[in-house]
Design a protein around this ligand. Sequence first.
Ligand code: SF4
Length: 381
Amino acid sequence: MELFYFFILDNKYFVCYSNLGDVMSIYIHIPFCTSICTYCDFCKIIYNEKYISNYLDMLEKEIRERYKGEKVKTIFIGGGTPTSLSLDELKRLFDIIKIFNVEDIIEYTIESNVESIDEDKLILMKEYGINRISIGVESFDNNTLKVLGRSHNKEDIFNKIELVKKYFDNINIDLIYAAYNDINILKRDIDYFLKLDIPHISTYSLIIEDNTMLKINGTKNINEDLDYEMYKYIEKTLEDNNYKHYEISNYAKEGYESKHNLVYWNNDYYYGFGLSSTSYIDNIRSVNTKNLTKYLNGNYKGTEEKEDINTRMENEIMLGFRKLDGINIGKFRDRYGKDVEDVFDIDDLVRDNYLIKEDNYLRINKEYMYISNEIISRIFN
Ligand code: SF4
């Protein structure tokens, strides 16, 4: 339920939209992985059976202490690799998640990788109401998979996705590009994806992060012109095949946009539970501890920051402009009591066609989406 309230500022009445209502989204972090990918800088730990039961106990403790009984509209179990858990461990996790009030839930996603999916786990997920599965495919090219440190191959992907399709139609795959100086590998990857006929894909240009094996091995990013060519190739080919480019990295068939991720991009409130997870509630952004020992001792608290109105408005722009639709001008006014144009100096960007104002939305011109970071920093400067 959305709440509305009124206030007066500069002799004007404002009706304010708030997402302080009683519908929330939930992220749950399972940090365990069976092996560590060469590019990964997420909060993850090699799967070790001896930690899992303790971790799940502490996850339950955290949820019981923090969750206030709100109705839940989306759940996303991410990681790490949630499906690295055994069948019994997954069952325990899903039983914990029953704490939430899910009578109005619209999307319940679990992340997985190719090698840890099996039929028993899929049946269990279905039984517990999971209705969306996101699979870390990353590439169909066996050499690229090796470079990325993934242990599956192309044949595994086709076999597992065929199996997943017996139980789920709402499927996402993650794809990494720009791991190689060869656009033909990307072209083949996109062809294979299209053959699979699944409704959602997240595409990420490989970034060589500090403290990753790729960085340590001296791997360099590909040049930016080729990266741009790859980005445009993906966009054109997927759009030609009826996928909507709805967020800078995400494409979906109609109706299959990720409802959970839209909560982040719309700057709405959500709970995050588990090691290192972020929550955004009542204008407070909090991040749980990243220290597993502390978490296993029941001390989940990390940092928290109350955001002032300026930070919230900037976040609204930064997150909202990831979406091709951009931000809703009326909603911005209702939330902050100000017009976006009165807060940010955007006239030149609108005049020069970098930003487009249309039908109550303000968005980055699709032609310039690739340089969205530069446009956003111009807005803030
Ligand atoms: S499976 Fe995901 S979280 Fe685990 S190491 Fe690989 S990229 Fe990182």
